[in-house]
Design a protein around this ligand. Structure first.
Ligand code: HMG
Ligand code: MG
Length: 343
């Protein structure tokens, strides 16, 4: 990445939707992903292969994945679709869907492709049966947390156990040639242990995940408790631990309205990958009171005002933010999105 370009990872279809109370239809999820694919976004989280008991909204991820794999390429550029995987079982489910598209389509797959193409009646019948022939890629994300309490609440295991779980999953990902991202939750504040999370613990875990084979680690402010001084201190600690900027992404939730301030701290420090969610959707079911991710529209407005290129259209993103907020019956949490549409 050059210094004038930032890569945005759109997490709306996963982090954005996982915390919604009312059931979201498969069609809405797929439409959201399809719309986002036309904004210029190159990296998108599409779902998670987690327990439906723990996170019911992600139960249809296998169908979402099937749909993405079954569609002919329509975005003008390849997209990396990312899925959260908490354990070996999640990785195996993902791989089974992936492998079902590496062989010629069976009648089952053809049926699935036809069903998931139902929103586009103009598509040629033959197109519906073409497996994903584009350069689109599948990536996985593993997740761990910087405090023991959050680790237990989110994944029902200790920090060490969560790191141990990552090893076989990474072996599977690498065997399939998939990029893997690691997440470290509560890096700037924990809903159970408070704001003073040890930055050295975050640095140690980041190093461990990279050594295990993660291609990047997304350092997450799950609660939005992060402030500019503590974000600066965390990034300084990561640097002192020998972590390269290009190996880090920042994932800010905007609970206290500090996400853009912290983004500027990250930019000044040299970070060039940021996660965000259209319409400011999102939140972690295990972080009570925490609101959505920084909205992609707000992030775009900031970055473009600084002359930083993203390749993503703010106007298109603003329209999607308004549309999905309406679909979910919630207010549009993106100020820049609303202002852009009002112009
Ligand atoms: P557990 O209860 O300890 O494990 O959950 P288990 O093996 O006893 O499984 C419980 C049930 O889930 C069983 O079903 C399993 O079969 C099933 P039952 O037998 O009772 O009917 N199960 C699964 N089903 C589908 N896919 C799977 C799977 N694994 C088990 N992969 C587990 C352990 C890790 C599974 C659970 O804690 C879990 O799913 N946690 C996920 C939590 C989660 O998704 N959190 C939100 C994402 S992280 C996040 O938002 C933070 C992030 O945005 C960054 C930030 O902002 O901080 C990334
Ligand atoms: Mg998050």
């Amino acid at each position: 990445l050059s210094a004038d370009h930032v890569r945005i990872v759109e997490v709306g279809p996963r982090d954005g939707l996982q915390n919604e109370q009312s059931t979201i239809s498969l069609e809405t999820k797929i439409e959201l992903i399809e719309r986002l694919a036309k904004t210029g976004i190159t990296h998108m989280e599409a779902g998670s292969f987690v327990s439906a008991k723990w996170v019911p909204q992600m139960a249809s991820t296998p169908e979402v994945f099937q749909s993405i794999m079954s569609r002919p390429p329509r975005a003008p550029h390849p997209i990396a679709y990312n899925y959260l995987v908490p354990n070996l079982r999640g990785a195996e489910t993902l791989v089974s869907v992936l492998e079902s598209h590496e062989t010629p389509l069976t009648s089952n797959h053809a049926d699935q492709a036809a069903i998931t193409s139902a929103d586009d009646p103009n598509r040629m019948a033959s197109e519906k049966l073409v497996p994903n022939a584009s350069q689109n890629t599948t990536e996985i994300s593993l997740f761990a947390a910087a405090t023991e309490t959050f680790s237990n609440k989110n994944t029902n295991c200790s920090i060490q156990e969560s790191l141990d779980r990552c090893k076989p999953i990474l072996a599977i990902a690498k065997g399939k040639g998939m990029q893997a991202r690691g997440y470290i939750s509560v890096a700037l504040g924990c809903p159970y242990e408070g704001p003073d999370v040890d930055p050295h613990k975050v640095a140690e875990m980041t190093a461990t995940l990279l050594e295990m084979g993660c291609d990047e680690v997304s350092v997450a402010d799950t609660t939005g408790m992060g402030t500019a001084p503590r974000t600066r201190r965390l990034l300084k600690t990561l640097k002192e631990a020998g972590i390269q900027n290009e190996d880090i992404a920042l994932h800010f939730h905007d609970t206290y309205g500090q996400a853009l301030v912290n983004t500027v701290v990250g930019l000044e420090h040299g970070i060039r990958t940021f996660d965000s969610s259209v319409g400011g959707l999102g939140g972690c079911p295990f972080s009570k009171g925490a609101t959505g991710n920084v909205s992609t529209e707000d992030l775009l407005h900031l970055l473009h005002s600084l002359g930083v290129q993203t390749g993503v259209s703010l106007e298109k993103m603003a329209e999607i933010g308004a549309w999905i907020s309406g679909e979910l019956g919630r207010q549009n949490d993106s100020r820049a999105g609303k202002a852009t549409l009002a112009r």
